[in-house]
Structure formats: structure tokens, C-alpha cells
Design a protein around this ligand. Structure first.
Ligand code: C2E
Ligand code: MG
Ligand code: MG
Ligand code: MG
Length: 289
């Protein structure tokens, strides 16, 4: 390979490494300004109440519509955005867009009870963050209680005291908090207990084990029991199969999210699917015509 290319700088690198470095640089350059160029998109994944079948909320998940690469998944660009200091800008865009979308759906006749937005550690360390959340709520007119912020165990445990203070401050806006991917990090129950949490999201790796591995099933039961003891609701992630949903229902899980109930989708598609959807909470049901 190097011989045929002649003597140039690239032959000093492993071909794979050079490609990786170059790709990263190109991605970073393109990602700067992606928000400004209007290349970010939000998709929304339904969260379903297991008792009633009603839409309990949605999770906002960002995508990057790159002119050449197509729709880039957050798993590919969020870690990069975090590393190069772009996550606050992207996170702000997500927050504003998510709050505005809730109000837009409502104007279209669909009331989505709650929207969940993922936070990165750099965001909660940003002194401006509290003001940004307040601004997103004020601009949209969305009630704080309908916004849920998702944090991971590693985010909390990096600087537990600071995270606790920040969440307490945000709590004054009325927002709620969920621990994402619960069970995969190394959090201390002593710290978790002190946080103003509302929900534990059971990681999809445990949901995948349902029906396959009794150890995984035992973890699901244990997380639900722990959540109950702490007075928290549970959301199971990555529910792809009906038998997983049934297991979770019997285990007392409150809410489910996963491909079985709907993939992350554009706002218009969520509206189409849930506007006048037959599945409603019994108390919400219209009298029979
Ligand atoms: P997450 O917050 O744990 O989101 C759940 C991920 O699981 C999403 O991947 C979703 O599409 C995927 N998923 C949902 N149901 C199923 C299922 O039934 N089976 C399988 N196999 N997967 C399912 P996605 O959208 O690619 O997002 C990946 C991660 O990127 C998110 O994990 C979150 O950590 C991060 N992320 C996404 N949007 C944002 C954002 O706006 N800000 C930040 N900071 N991170 C974000
Ligand atoms: Mg999440
Ligand atoms: Mg998750
Ligand atoms: Mg995750």
C-alpha cells in the first residue's frame, strides 16, 4: 500500500490509524456548526404506561443529518461532542427543541404528558446550565413538571456533591430527574438516596436477559424493588418482545420503552400515531358513543 502511494506523510501512520484520525478531524470540523446549519434533528420514542397502555411520555433522542454521511447516530457523535466541548451547544438546542415540540403537539391536539432529555456531564458542570433550562421552559411555556432530565450514574458519581447541588437547583424549576441505564454504572446507593430523583430507567441489557438468563431477571426484580423502596418509578428500556413486556408488567414495572412499542421517530409521525390513539387511561376514556 505505502509503496504504491509513494513517499508521503501518510505512510508513517498505520493506514487504519490515519483514516481514524482523519475521519475524527473531519467529523469534528463538520460537527462545529451543525446546529447552526440546521443539521440536527430530534426523534421521539414513546414511553408506555404498562397498566393502561397510554402514552406516558417520550424520550427526545438527537440525530445529525449530515449532508454526505446521512443520519448519524448519537452514539457516534455525542462522545465526540463531549470531548471537543460542543455538547453544551448541542444540548441547548435539544432542550429548546424538545420543550417547543411539546407545546407544538399540544396545539395540534396531542397532549404528551412528559418529555425526557438526556444530559451530559459537561452540561451540569456549566454554570449557565440552570439559566438555559429556565429559558427553554420560559420561551416555550412548557411547565417544568413536564420536563424530565436523564442523568447517568457516571455523571452523578464524577462529582457527587456538585451534581446533587445542581439537581437541587434545577428542582426549583419543577423539572423531574431520571437515572438512565441504571445498573450499568458504579453509583453509590448512599448518593442516589440523596438525589431528588423520580425514575430509574432499567438498562436494556437486563431487559434483553428476560427469558434468557435468570440472573438478569433477578436484577430486574431487584431494581424494581429498590426503586419502590426509594419511592421511585421505573422505566424499562429496550423492550423488543411481548414476553419481555409481560414479565415487566408482572414484576411491577411502571413504564416501558422499546422497539416493540415504537422506535424513535420524527415529531409528525408520533403525532399521526398517537393522535386519537385508542389506547387510553381508563379515566381518560371518552364515554362510549
Ligand atoms: P439512551 O439515553 O440510553 O437512549 C436509549 C437508546 O436505546 C436510544 O439509542 C434508542 O434508540 C435505543 N433503543 C430504544 N429502544 C430500543 C430497543 O428496543 N432495542 C434497542 N436495541 N435499542 C433501543 P440512540 O437514539 O442511538 O441514542 C444512544 C445514546 O445517545 C442515548 O442512550 C444517549 O445516551 C445518547 N443521546 C441521545 N440523544 C442525546 C442528547 O440529546 N444528549 C445527550 N447528552 N445524549 C444523547
Ligand atoms: Mg436516555
Ligand atoms: Mg438508556
Ligand atoms: Mg445510554
Amino acid at each position: 500500500e505505502a509503496k504504491t502511494k509513494g513517499r508521503n506523510a501518510y505512510q508513517f501512520f498505520e493506514p487504519g490509524l490515519a483514516a481514524g484520525v482523519l475521519e475524527r478531524l473531519m467529523m469534528e470540523t463538520a460537527l462545529r456548526g451543525a446546529a447552526g446549519r440546521g443539521e440536527l434533528r430530534l426523534h421521539f420514542q414513546p414511553q408506555i404506561d404498562l397498566r393502561s397502555g397510554a402514552l406516558a411520555g417520550v424520550e427526545a433522542l438527537v440525530r445529525w443529518q449530515h449532508p454526505q454521511l446521512g443520519l448519524v447516530s448519537p452514539a457516534q457523535f455525542i462522545p465526540l461532542a463531549e470531548e471537543v466541548g460542543l455538547i453544551s451547544e448541542i444540548g441547548d438546542w435539544v432542550l429548546q427543541q424538545a420543550c417547543a415540540q411539546m407545546v407544538a403537539w399540544e396545539a395540534q391536539g396531542l397532549r404528551v404528558p412528559r418529555i425526557a432529555v438526556n444530559l451530559s456531564v459537561q452540561q451540569i458542570e456549566d454554570p449557565q446550565h440552570m439559566a438555559r433550562v429556565a429559558q427553554a421552559l420560559a420561551h416555550s411555556g412548557l411547565a417544568g413538571a413536564r420536563l424530565e432530565l436523564e442523568v447517568t450514574e457516571s455523571l452523578i458519581m464524577r462529582q457527587p456533591e456538585q451534581a446533587q447541588r445542581h439537581l437541587q437547583e434545577l428542582l426549583s424549576l419543577g423539572v423531574e430527574f431520571a437515572i438512565d441505564d441504571f445498573g450499568t454504572g458504579h453509583s453509590s446507593l448512599a448518593y442516589l438516596r440523596r438525589l431528588p430523583l423520580h425514575r430509574l430507567k432499567i438498562d436494556q441489557s437486563f431487559v434483553r436477559d428476560i427469558g434468557e438468563d435468570s440472573g438478569g431477571e433477578a436484577i430486574v426484580h431487584a431494581v424494581i424493588a429498590l426503586a419502590r423502596a426509594l419511592g421511585l418509578h421505573t422505566v424499562a428500556e429496550g423492550v423488543e418482545q411481548p414476553h419481555q413486556a409481560e414479565f415487566l408488567r408482572q414484576a411491577g414495572c411502571d413504564t416501558v420503552q422499546g422497539y416493540h412499542f415504537g422506535r424513535p421517530m420524527p415529531a409528525a409521525q408520533l403525532l399521526e400515531r398517537w393522535l386519537d390513539a385508542p389506547a387510553r387511561a381508563p379515566s381518560d376514556a371518552a364515554p362510549a358513543a
